[in-house]
Structure formats: C-alpha cells, structure tokens
Design a protein around this ligand. Sequence first.
Ligand code: FES
Length: 78
Amino acid sequence: MPVQLTLCRRCTRNRPEFRRTLAQLANNYPHDLAVEELECMAACDDVPAIMIETDYYPRVPPTELIRLVEARIIAERV
Ligand code: FES
C-alpha cells in the first residue's frame, strides 16, 4: 500500500519550492506515495500543513517534507 500524503492545494499553490519538492517526491516514489490534494484541509493557520496517513504536521518546510515522507515510506517497507 502506498503512503497517503494529504495537503491543501490552495495553500501550497504559491509556494514553488514546496510544489517542486512534492513533484520530486511523486516522481521518485511513484508506487510508494499517493498524494491527495484537497481544496482545504482545515489547517489554514498552519500553512503548509500535511497529513501522512493520519498523522498531522503543521508548517512543514520542503526539506522536512522530504524527510517525513521518506521516513514513512522506509518504515512501511520494513
Ligand atoms: S485553504 Fe488551505 S488549509 Fe484551508
């Protein structure tokens, strides 16, 4: 099963570095990562916030996005 990453499209559309990082992750892990982009994920005060499966992470910079997603993918493979 791919790791589910959920984020808000509206809150991230003007964050080009975040969007580039997201595209890079999707490209690097096409079978291990499923990205769901919502119009609002009720995290407007924590931009950019993400959810990995049911875990919530507020104010995630691109480097942290990579670290969190890769750590979860590795953990799921074990
Ligand atoms: S509009 Fe992005 S979390 Fe609400």
